[in-house]
Design a protein around this ligand. Structure first.
Ligand SMILES: C[S@@+](CC[C@H](N)C(=O)[O-])C[C@H]1O[C@@H](n2cnc3c(N)ncnc32)[C@H](O)[C@@H]1O
Length: 261
């Protein structure tokens, strides 16, 4: 009997992010796209102290971290679990003469993978461009949220993005069809949970993404001790350039806070 296809794991995701075509796409975005207008708007509002220690999870090839550095943030730590992307981030920093960002190889679901991350409590944490949603399995995403909270100082904000299954009528219609497939047991057998997608992207690589609805994220934040403050669809914040829209579909920005103790 043929073996059923294996479920997607964090190893699948890490290998996909280390694929050459994916690395090239993220490196290009880090070199030429930089921060989106919406990201900059929220970053400057949430992190007014440019000398506070900030932690970026899932920094990829450095698009956001280098963007933060350009804005004058001076105490940056960034990590990713994909070595090839992290190498691109380091190269770009060196190329730009930036030597004061701490780049680390670490898994967001287990920060003991990079002991220096335990050295301090960060004044703010970011997990941008849906990185958190690329962790397969809700319990693993919650683990990452708990790890990030344990790395953050009391009162520190967390900024991250997700897609939103309910974002438009077209999305809701597609997800109704997908729900019917799950009811019949006809979903892609590699998927872990309803809301997951695994697709071949335009660059020839593969992308895993969990698409939540709003209620799911509110529950995850509450279950992991973060207090939800705000969330906004990107289009509600500002008008992005064509280049940004081509790079990334609509998303929802989430702002939560590690409660002050
Ligand atoms: C969509 S990319 C975003 C990269 C970069 N932040 C940007 O905006 O261009 C998501 C990133 O999250 C990283 N990532 C996913 N799961 C992770 C995990 N468990 N631990 C650390 N990094 C992870 C991926 O390797 C990838 O670099």
């Amino acid at each position: 009997m043929p073996k059923p296809p294996l479920k997607i794991t964090s190893e699948t995701v890490r290998a996909d992010f280390n694929e050459l075509s994916t690395v090239v796409a993220y490196a290009r975005a880090a070199h030429f796209l930089g921060l989106w207008k919406s990201e900059r708007l929220l970053i400057e509002r949430l992190f007014p102290d440019r000398s506070a220690p900030l932690l970026e999870a899932g920094c990829g090839a450095g698009r956001v971290t280098l963007g933060l550095h350009d804005l004058g943030y001076t105490n940056l730590t960034a990590f990713d679990f994909a070595e090839e992307l992290l190498a691109q981030a380091l190269n770009l920093a060196v190329e730009r003469g930036v030597h004061d960002i701490r780049f680390l190889l670490a898994d967001a679901t287990d920060l003991t993978t990079a002991p220096p991350l335990r050295d301090r409590r960060y004044g703010g944490v970011l997990f941008m461009f849906n990185g958190l949603m690329q962790i397969p399995g809700r319990d693993h995403r919650r683990r990452a949220l708990r790890e990030l909270r344990s790395a953050s100082a009391p009162g520190a904000p967390l900024l991250f993005t997700t897609h939103d299954r309910d974002e438009s009528r077209a999305e809701r219609a597609l997800w109704r069809l997908e729900a019917a497939r799950w009811e019949r047991g006809e979903q892609d057998p590699r998927l872990v949970e309803f809301g997951d997608r695994y697709f071949a992207d335009d660059n020839g690589g593969h992308t895993f993404m969990h698409l939540p609805n709003r209620g799911e994220i509110l529950e995850d934040l509450a279950a992991t001790g973060w207090s939800h403050e705000e969330d906004h669809l990107r289009r509600e914040l500002c008008r992005e350039s064509r280049a940004v829209k081509d790079f990334s579909d609509e998303c929802r920005f989430w702002i939560a806070r590690n409660p002050p103790q």
